[in-house]
Design a protein around this ligand. Structure first.
Ligand SMILES: [Zn+2]
Length: 249
């Protein structure tokens, strides 16, 4: 009896019908052999056909499910060595993330993802710039990623620094890119870096503005989004609860 080995970013029953239909189409088109999904090597890293068979919405749904597993303490028992071997000759990541460098918010861990599943740009305060956009355009246009996810988090030190007008070397310029979010955040209470409610509201606004800037500054990505090739969405990770809240998706 053959044991079915599933990749964590492989569709669950909720999306299986569409997934299998797409895989069947890919097989007919000669893109995938009959052994697809049947060997451990395929299950240990996303294949080209697996990734391309998923819609952006399905990919986001699977990231949500991964975060739920993380929160329940039920992360998949991964074999990173097998994932490394399975992905060594090619990568087909489903998404590109833009997240903060905060040591407590590692996207792959908190959404139970493995080697080869996502591209991950990490920079303090998850802001965009030309180099980040270049990385995202590479990920989507050239490598086929279907989701651009900007993920902020609670109690973000970069957000606090922007609110407090902190200055330090090159950090000053980086924080300047966050300050528009501070100004744009509507909040009636104390607008200080020690008021966590305000800090978290600015962090969310920063994600929203970053998404708007990505659409404004990247003709490549905005065109792909308008033609339904990719989805650009936002998320906030709560350090206290472990939950990733998705929005704009
Ligand atoms: Zn942060």
């Amino acid at each position: 009896m053959r044991e079915e080995v599933k990749h964590p970013l492989q569709c669950t029953p909720a999306c299986r019908r569409g997934f299998l239909r797409s895989v069947a189409s890919a097989t007919i088109a000669g893109l995938a052999g009959p052994s697809l999904l049947m060997t451990s090597a395929h299950a240990d890293a996303l294949t080209h056909a697996q990734r391309d068979s998923m819609t952006p919405e399905q990919i986001i749904a699977l990231m949500k499910q991964g975060n739920e597993r993380f929160r329940r303490g039920e992360r998949k028992d991964r074999n990173y060595l097998r994932e490394q071997k399975a992905s060594a000759k090619g990568q087909y990541p489903a998404a590109v993330l833009l997240s903060c460098i905060d040591s407590r918010a590692p996207a792959e861990v908190i959404m139970d993802l493995g080697i080869g599943d996502i591209f991950n740009c990490r920079i303090a305060g998850n802001i965009e710039n030309d180099d980040i956009l270049g990385s995202m355009e590479f990920a989507c246009k050239l490598m086929g990623a279907k989701v651009v996810l900007v993920m902020g988090h609670t109690s973000c030190g970069a957000i606090k620094g922007a609110i407090a007008n902190a200055e330090l070397g090159h950090l000053t310029g980086l924080l300047a890119r966050i300050k528009p979010a501070v100004d744009a955040t509507q909040y009636d209470g104390e607008r200080t870096a020690t008021n966590y409610a305000f800090v978290d509201k600015v962090a969310r606004k920063n994600v929203e503005l970053t998404i708007a800037q990505i659409r404004r500054d990247s003709a490549v990505l905005s065109e792909m989004e308008s033609q339904h090739g990719i989805k650009i969405a936002g998320a906030m990770y709560n350090l206290s609860t472990g939950a990733v809240e998705f929005f704009g998706s």
